[in-house]
Design a protein around this ligand. Structure first.
Ligand SMILES: C[S@@+](CC[C@H](N)C(=O)[O-])C[C@H]1O[C@@H](n2cnc3c(N)ncnc32)[C@H](O)[C@@H]1O
Length: 258
């Protein structure tokens, strides 16, 4: 039976274990962020901090604001990032709401997060004022067409599976939203990232923790594992048809860093 329960929190321990694809993508995205090493950078949707850790390695004299809506994710990130001491500030906040950050940060990095935020007009309206003029926003999230084949497989196993659970946007709509919210020098593009898994435990743990997480929260506990297994079995090959939306932009205005 499927109910309309609100989204459950993440299983942060499991996410930390299975998030190799997200960490790999995050490392590539991080390379696009120009850094001198002494900036303050917001990691918007830091999760368990695996990408945040790579970011901190590039900021020997800088700091990171590690922001996430999930208490479980932030708890895991605190453990992983403890060695960085007061170089990291943890903030629990919703990117869909005005952000409790002051003063503005020098840059924003965000990986594998924006597609979980239902309203991207609000998202960019909330990010702009916490970024200093001239500062970079470098991000990647699920984009238009992301896991479309996989979603059809899941829906073929359970007709109650909601296809439009995520906010997978096009580059064109994203560019328009960024412009409307005071960003400039905007580049947005899609990149296919088909991701293979080992059939069995590896694939099923990933599906349960990431792709099927919200749907599972609406199932009875004893229905969850059989559903994940049935979906995994129905996939013609153990490959998730990921498509990433990449974003590089600067906040308008060219104020020098103080
Ligand atoms: C797939 S994880 C990505 C974590 C990390 N950036 C990475 O690449 O591994 C998505 C994260 O976005 C966070 N998130 C989802 N919606 C959010 C929102 N509205 N505001 C803040 N964080 C949100 C989740 O709690 C989760 O930690």
């Amino acid at each position: 039976m499927t109910t309309d329960r609100p989204t459950s929190d993440w299983n942060a321990t499991s996410y930390d274990r299975v998030a190799d694809p997200q960490t790999r993508w995050g490392a590539e995205v991080l390379e696009r962020l120009p850094l001198a090493g002494d900036e303050v950078v917001l990691d918007a949707g830091c999760g368990t901090g695996r990408v945040t850790e790579l970011l901190l390695d590039r900021l020997p004299q800088g700091r990171v604001v590690a922001l996430d809506a999930s208490a479980a994710m932030l708890a895991e990130a605190r453990g992983r990032l403890a060695r960085f001491g007061d170089q990291v500030e943890f903030v629990q906040a919703d990117l869909g709401q005005p952000l409790p950050l002051a003063p503005p940060v020098d840059a924003i990095l965000s990986t594998a997060t924006f597609h979980w935020v239902p309203d991207h007009d609000a998202l960019f309206a909330n990010l702009a004022p916490v970024l200093r003029p001239g500062g970079w926003l470098v991000a990647q999230c699920g984009g238009f067409g992301n896991i479309a084949r996989f979603i059809e497989v899941a829906a073929s196993v359970d007709p109650n599976f909601r296809r439009n659970r995520h906010n997978f946007q096009t580059p064109e709509a994203t560019t328009a939203r960024l412009e409307a919210n005071g960003f400039t020098d905007i580049e947005t593009w899609l990149s296919p990232a088909p991701t293979p898994f080992e059939r069995g435990a590896e694939l099923e743990a990933f599906l349960a923790t990431v792709c099927l997480r919200v749907h599972l929260s609406g199932l009875e506990p004893d229905e969850r594992e059989p559903f994940v297994h049935a979906v995994a079995e129905r996939m013609s090959e153990p490959v998730l048809d990921y498509v990433r939306l990449n974003i590089v932009a600067r906040r308008a205005g060219d104020l020098p860093r103080p």
